[in-house]
Structures are given as C-alpha cells and as structure tokens.
Design a protein around this ligand. Structure first.
Ligand SMILES: C[S@@+](CC[C@H](N)C(=O)[O-])C[C@H]1O[C@@H](n2cnc3c(N)ncnc32)[C@H](O)[C@@H]1O
Length: 238
C-alpha cells in the first residue's frame, strides 16, 4: 500500500542519495556536532532516552548515516531503517562508531510507509528530517507510529513548517483560491503539493491518532547545511 506522493518522493530519494552524496553526508556528520542544531537535537534525544531509566528498544525512522546513534542511551536494541541502501551502507560505520554498541543495531532497508515490522514494538521512536519532508506524515503514518509504540512509549519527530516556506505571492494566491476557476485550482494544487505541514495540519493529524499527550514546538535550524523552520513533536502513548 502506498500513495502517489510517497512513490514520487521515493524516486527522488533514490536519485538524491547516490554514493557521492551519502559519503558527503557522512563526512558532514563530523562537522555537524559544532552546530547549534546538533546541540538542540542531541539534547532532546538524550533527555528522552534517559527518561525511561531502563534498557529500551528504539526505532530510528530514516536513520540516514546514523548521525544520532552515538547520543542514544539505555539502548537494548536499536532498529535503524532507511529507504536508501547508500545511506544504510554509511550507517554501518556511523559517526563516533567506537562509542556505539553496534551489536545492538539491526538495519532494515525499506519504505516506512508500508514497511512490515512484524510483531515488533518500541519504547522510543524518533525520526529527524524525514517525515513531513522527504516523505509524508499523514494519518496512516501517524497511526502506524502509534501502533508501533508500546504503552508508555515516546515519539519524537520533526517536520518542515510549511507556513515558513510560503512566499508573499503564495499567501495572496491562497487568499484568492476560493474564487479561482477549477482549472487554476488544479494547477495550484499540483504546484503546492508537498510533504511539509503547517502547525494546524500537524496538530490535527497527531490529535486524531490516539496520542493524548503531545507537544509541538517550532525550531529554527541554525545548521549551515539546512536553514529553515522545523516543527518538532514529542508524543507519548499512554
Ligand atoms: C535528510 S536525511 C535524514 C537522515 C537522518 N535522519 C539525519 O537526520 O541525519 C532523510 C533520510 O530519509 C530517508 N527516507 C526518505 N524517505 C523514506 C521513506 N519513505 N522510508 C524510509 N526512509 C526514507 C532517506 O533515504 C534519507 O536517508
């Protein structure tokens, strides 16, 4: 099962993450730790892992090169999944590999949208720079994440804030949208097709999928390689 935008994005992912790009991505992991974005994301991940106070099973959705493996604590088992085989190859030797219990990591290649995790469940699931960015975060994905979590489990993920990406021209076009002919509407719909989400869209999706406790925060990334606004969501399955 998949949908059109997921399929389109997967072909982009295959093209973008070629051996050269993934090697460069892995190389940048070494510099990334000097950015404010790293400090921010690493402290969130550490805090969430430590909040369990016991060994935990973790799922990294779209792990890429395994940039954050070294900050995880209390790891009993880490499932690291990604669609790109090239990224997964890099993740076999992640940043600060010597500090990571590599024997506790299981790698899976696949599309999260329809990947079958069997009867596995997780205490902590995180996904950075993937959902609502390179692939969709919709009701199906949110429900899947909810089901994959154990009771008391926590979810942490980022999506790109669509509102921050809208130009002045687009805001005007959106105001005029209800009055435009159907043909123009179709063109605009196609042009505006994206995985990015507004705060309200994200809030609507998360609130409807069983997460009673969650918070969404806006984070402005200072990473020189990715300047922009992310919406960050932390949700707990009671
Ligand atoms: C910007 S990278 C982020 C990697 C890593 N999370 C990080 O923060 O460094 C996006 C990753 O998402 C993966 N990806 C994109 N769509 C995916 C999908 N549908 N299922 C699994 N992984 C996906 C890509 O292959 C890529 O490794």
């Amino acid at each position: 099962m998949s949908n059109q935008i997921v399929t389109e994005k997967l072909s982009v992912t295959l093209k973008v993450y070629d051996p050269t790009t993934t090697a460069n991505y892995r190389q940048y992991d070494e510099d990334f730790i000097h950015t404010k974005a790293y400090l921010h994301l690493a402290s969130k991940l550490k805090f969430l892992c430590q909040s369990f106070e016991r060994p935990i099973t973790i799922l990294d959705v779209g792990c890429g090169t395994g940039r954050y493996f070294h900050v995880l604590t209390h790891v009993d088992r880490l499932i690291a999944m990604d669609y790109s085989e090239n990224m997964l190859l890099q993740a076999q030797h992640p940043f600060r590999e010597a500090e990571i219990p590599m024997d506790k990591i299981v790698f899976h290649q696949g599309n999260f949208y329809d990947f079958d995790f069997g009867n596995q469940s997780f205490d902590f699931i995180y996904s950075i720079g993937v959902l609502g960015e390179h692939t969709v975060f919709d009701e199906h994905v949110c429900n899947k994440l909810f089901k994959l979590l154990r009771p008391g489990g926590k979810l942490y993920f980022t999506v790109v804030d669509l509102q921050s990406r809208k130009s002045f021209k687009r805001k005007i076009m959106e105001a005029l949208y209800p009055f435009t002919p159907i043909g123009i509407k179709r063109i605009l719909d196609k042009r505006w097709e994206t995985c990015y989400l507004t705060w309200t869209q994200l809030d609507n999706i998360v609130s409807k999928q069983g997460f009673e406790v969650y918070q969404i925060e806006r984070y402005i990334s200072e990473d020189p390689k990715w300047k922009g606004v992310h919406l960050e969501c932390i949700a707990t399955k009671l």
